[in-house]
Design a binder for this molecule. Structure first.
Ligand code: SAH
Length: 239
């Protein structure tokens, strides 16, 4: 077998600074991704015509789990306990070649400080992830209306009410100019109750969880089956 070398075409900047609480697939949160390109490969003409596509496929490297290798079988914690499936019957990040695939909304090209940036929405991707390719989503071929799956039913993704404490509301108001979508992002991410699957059965949980979005630590807990954002702490002045 030949080995093939891959050079990333760029990287993606996202609000997700850690794997915890990243939605498990794209478009479960309207999270913004900003793609910057590798100057060794990139020419702006590579994006010509891309505005004609509402959605794009991103191929990327699960760079943060690269060193963990893979096993033929993966545990699917959401399926309850110890049921396992084959790695090729899963979207696990631990897989041969560590390639991820996500369909996202095309949010347009911008020039920021003289650099071409492609904006996308709906990412489920860690900040700083290397991108391998971008392809247009073709509804006539990629959208398969009779497609079915019985393993990872979307119906079991929680959709909890998300409340904000007075302090958290004040912090959001302070940053609304610079982060207009922070409130929506927090709701999108936390309504899915990112606690481990076994914990999601506990409708009241005294533990305060923390998740970093952009350069904010979001503190939250679950009370009476609702998520309460108790505090939002700015970690540094610049993301
Ligand atoms: N839609 C993609 C990813 C699904 S797995 C696919 O099917 O291939 C989604 C999870 O990948 C997220 O919850 C996040 O924890 C993880 N993830 C995202 N970017 C990653 C990265 N660069 N390295 C390791 N894990 C990553």
């Amino acid at each position: 077998m030949h080995h093939h070398h891959i050079t990333p075409i760029g990287e993606i900047h996202t609000p997700f600074q850690q794997k915890f609480a990243i939605p498990r697939q794209p478009n479960l949160a309207n999270a913004l991704g900003q793609i910057t390109f590798n100057a060794e490969i990139f020419h702006p003409e590579m994006l010509r015509g891309i505005e004609q596509f509402s959605h794009l496929w991103l191929v990327f490297i699960f760079h943060q789990t690269l060193d963990r290798g893979f096993k033929p079988l993966v545990k699917a914690p959401r399926l309850g306990g110890n049921r396992k499936t084959g790695v090729f019957a899963s979207r696990s990040t631990h897989r041969p070649n560590n390639l991820g695939l996500s369909v996202v909304k095309n949010a347009g090209i911008a020039t920021i400080n003289g650099e071409t940036v492609l904006h996308v929405r709906g990412v489920d991707i860690l900040h700083g992830t290397p991108l391998v390719d971008i392809k247009p989503y073709l509804p006539y071929a990629d959208c398969i209306s009779e497609a079915r799956e019985q393993l990872t039913l979307a119906a079991d993704i929680p959709s909890r009410n998300v409340q904000f404490s007075e302090g958290a509301t004040n912090t959001l108001a302070k940053f609304v100019g610079r982060y207009p979508d922070l409130h929506e992002l927090i709701v999108d991410v936390l309504k899915q109750d990112p606690r481990p699957a076994y914990k999601q059965k506990e409708h009241s949980d005294p533990k305060i969880y923390k998740v970093q979005l952009y350069h904010f630590d979001i503190h939250w807990m679950v009370t009476d089956a609702e998520v309460v954002v108790t505090d939002i702490v700015e970690l540094s002045s610049q993301p």
